[in-house]
Design a protein around this ligand. Structure first.
Ligand code: SAM
Length: 261
């Protein structure tokens, strides 16, 4: 059952992924909680805290342009706005939520209506493919590029990394939160049972859509290891410090960061 994307062209892969997220958009937020026992919220909080968006000692605080790629229903973007505007008192931080899928963006837009007006004013939405970003995002214009649980779905990951490098300013940061490889064999066995056994079933029962959730589980299995992904980031031209990644929950997820020199 690893055949979901085998032998498909990049265009066909992109269309297949579009179909999956179109059908899961409405149930996406509830399903995330069910599938991860709510842990995805802790990972997302930690990811955003570790990036500390909006930090500035200047008066007025330094403006920052953040691009949240595959931003979907807004989980990362909303957290970054809150962190920058409320915790770091920096209203000059602007976040663009970009996603290839209009259905996911529509859910994000309606959720954003419950944000404070000042945060809504600092938020914009852009429908775009991460492997070929449009002129609305000029080269060297972005301070922070984030992608959470998105990159494994891209038809051409090296190309998306080169696009990230192109749109970032020198000194800008690439940050990725993604499912990764579990580094403990007991946990790995439990995790595989859960993901291959329960997740498609929950998808079927709760969202009425087994195939989309089967795809999501398989895409996690196919994604490169922490070390291999780190090298892909370096190959795209980023400088990676230290180990280059941080494992979360024993490697169920990992955070990778790189800087454009
Ligand atoms: N970042 C959000 C979060 O953490 O909740 C959403 C993650 S969701 C699992 C993955 C998103 O990737 C979907 O909204 C999907 O439409 C988007 N996506 C898939 N392929 C894409 C591409 N080539 N370019 C941009 N977004 C893409």
């Amino acid at each position: 059952h690893f055949g979901f994307q085998d032998g498909l062209s990049e265009t066909e892969k992109t269309e297949r992924v579009a179909g999956v997220f179109h059908s899961v958009a409405e149930s996406y937020d509830r399903m995330n909680d069910l599938m991860s026992f709510g842990v995805h919220r802790i990972w997302k909080d930690h990811f955003v805290t570790s990036l500390n968006p909006g930090l500035s000692s200047a008066t007025p605080p330094t403006p920052q342009r953040i691009l949240d790629i595959a931003g979907g229903t807004g989980d990362i973007a909303f957290r970054m706005l809150h962190h920058a505007h409320v915790l770091n008192h920096n209203p000059n931080v602007h976040v663009t939520i970009s996603d290839i899928n209009a259905s996911m963006l529509a859910v994000g837009k309606s959720r954003s209506q419950s944000l404070p007006a000042s945060q809504q004013a600092a938020l914009s939405f852009l429908k775009a493919d991460a492997t070929s970003l449009p002129p609305q995002i000029p080269s060297a214009s972005i301070d922070l590029y984030t992608v959470a649980f998105g990159i494994r779905n891209f038809a051409n990951i090296p190309l998306a990394l080169r696009e990230a490098h192109r749109v970032l300013k020198p000194g800008g940061v690439f940050a990725c939160l993604e499912f990764s490889k579990v580094n403990n064999f007991v946990l790995d066995a439990a995790y595989k049972r859960w993901s291959f056994g329960a997740i498609p079933l929950i998808g079927q029962l709760v969202a009425g859509d087994r195939d989309s959730y089967q795809y999501l589980v398989e895409s996690i299995e196919r994604f490169p290891s922490q070390e291999r992904f780190r090298r892909m980031i370096e190959d795209a031209g980023f400088v990676v410090g230290g180990r280059g990644y941080e494992d979360l929950t024993g490697g169920v997820a990992a955070i990778h960061k790189g800087m454009k020199p």
